[in-house]
Design a protein. Structure first.
Length: 254
């Protein structure tokens, strides 16, 4: 078998549909979905309009909040703001969100460059690194942030700031990940099947890419341990799955 590049037009004459197995851009941001639609090619996953929103953490949070869902307080910081306001921008952000806070690229996948910021100085340094002018990161910045040669720190024009969510005295405090699959019934209606959520355990402060995806790394416990009481466990699990389904429907995730 010798791989051969074919155009989508030619592909549409050979197949009826395409199974997308691409992670990140352009497989999850609506780009390939829109291109496939031009040639009438069926594909798995959400349509372009949904993918365009869910690839962007800020837009996803914004839409969910507008629809009444509970999300962490958040704001977008731009490079232009940073260039104009300098260090006072970090002071303002900390005054609004408190410490610690979460800073991360708005439009990158999963755990890419997510950081738990504990001081104003660290936020200033992190913004200097994210908003840098060249692709290469300054060695002093890398050392200050504890970034190794293999660590990812993308160069961006925008940065998402989020409130840090803690237990606030809760008896059980955990992060869960839920999956779903959709079916189309005989009436053409989309039916959502919500999987039992898994409890994600992080070895450090932030769940890393390796813990999420690398075989043999990270721990996921299914079902998530909501309660030691069987009745409460069942009730909470149902509530979590119902909320995840409402979110999926609100964002038209299919």
């Amino acid at each position: 078998f010798a791989p051969k590049e074919v155009s989508l037009e030619e592909l549409s004459r050979r197949v009826e549909g395409v199974f997308i197995a691409l992670h990140g851009r352009p497989g999850e941001d609506g780009t390939i979905q829109r291109d496939l639609a031009k040639f009438g090619l069926y594909h798995n996953g959400s349509l372009a309009h949904s993918a365009e929103i869910t690839i962007n953490k800020f837009e996803t949070n914004k839409k969910l909040r507008e629809l009444g869902f509970l999300v962490a307080n958040h704001r977008l910081v731009s490079k232009n703001e940073w260039l104009k306001e300098g260090n006072s921008l970090a002071d303002q952000v900390v005054a609004d969100f408190g410490l610690p806070l979460i800073a991360k690229p708005a439009d990158d996948g999963c755990s890419a460059a997510v950081r738990k910021v504990k001081t104003t100085e660290e936020l200033q340094t992190f913004m200097s690194a994210i908003f840098r002018d060249s692709a290469d990161i300054n060695e002093d910045l890398a050392v200050s942030l504890g970034i190794g040669p293999a660590d990812e720190l993308p160069q961006k024009n925008e940065l998402l700031i989020e409130q840090f969510i803690d237990s606030k005295g809760a008896v059980r405090f955990l992060e869960v990940t839920g999956g779903l699959v959709t079916h189309v019934n005989e009436h053409g209606e989309i039916i959502y099947e919500m999987f039992e959520p898994s409890e994600s355990l992080a070895e450090s402060e932030i769940l890393s890419l390796e813990e999420k995806f690398l075989a043999g790394q990270g721990q996921n416990i299914t079902p998530a341990r909501y309660s030691k009481n069987a009745t409460e466990q069942k009730r909470i699990s149902k509530e979590v799955r119902n909320t995840l389904e409402k979110v999926a429907k609100a964002l038209d995730v299919t």
